[in-house]
Design a protein around this ligand. Sequence first.
Ligand SMILES: Nc1ncnc2c1ncn2[C@@H]1O[C@H](COP(=O)(O)OP(=O)(O)O)[C@@H](O)[C@H]1O
Ligand SMILES: Cc1ncsc1CCOP(=O)(O)O
Ligand SMILES: [Mg+2]
Length: 232
Amino acid sequence: MTEDTRDFSDLYEQVGGVLINIGHLSEEKETAMELAMEEAHKHNVPIVVDNVGVSSSRIRKEVANKLLSLEPTVVKGNVSEMRTLCNLASHGKGVDAAEEDQDSSAMKELEEGLLALTKIHPNTCFLATGPSDLVVYQSQVLLLQNGIEALDKFTGTGDVVGALIATLLGSGVDVLPSVLQAVSYFNLCGEKALEIVQNDAKIASIREETLNQLSLLKQNESWQNGIKGDWL
Ligand SMILES: Nc1ncnc2c1ncn2[C@@H]1O[C@H](COP(=O)(O)OP(=O)(O)O)[C@@H](O)[C@H]1O
Ligand SMILES: Cc1ncsc1CCOP(=O)(O)O
Ligand SMILES: [Mg+2]
């Protein structure tokens, strides 16, 4: 909502959760993001960091590491971005993940990399998104399987997932259920959208219907029955 540090004292009286997205980075924003995290801790507000584009520049990686050292509640990114955070080779370009980083051996390597990170950052939950979504929190590992391919084709999908996690954390839901429900809810919105637009499966139609479903899917009280995933 803001990058103006003068806003912080008023906003922190109102917010339940904060989302720090490094997508549009600048030197000024780096300082603002660090301050936002310090203030969040003072106000006991949970923090989500979205490492947008971290595979594509040295500066982003430095910023991501600095933000990680400030103990966010959740750190997320697509699988290529999270490989960069683990110091694994990443094929990510710009804000996009690469297919080479999504196969099963790459996912196993990423799981091990994230488990190693949780040893250093036991209070942070890590989420790597893609065709399967890997959640690693302390020694727990969860692989989620909902979603549709089109969610990788339009920009801003990972951003929405980050916002949903911050919203759930901000309303008092525990860390692991917040991440699990946010990812699964968004991906089920995509699945429902594809079902609805099947005769018009153009990218903008799927996008629009996925966004419609953000407010509609929850009207089905048993939406959680559609969640697919396994503990590893
Ligand atoms: N090929 C895919 N199949 C199913 N779901 C996907 C696929 N790609 C991405 N998603 C879903 O889209 C959302 C955004 O993921 P992703 O595209 O990896 O992140 P980002 O937008 O940050 O690059 C996540 O909920 C993820 O599970
Ligand atoms: C927030 C932001 N800043 C620059 S591009 C972008 C969007 C990133 O998109 P996605 O969430 O699909 O990775
Ligand atoms: Mg995306």
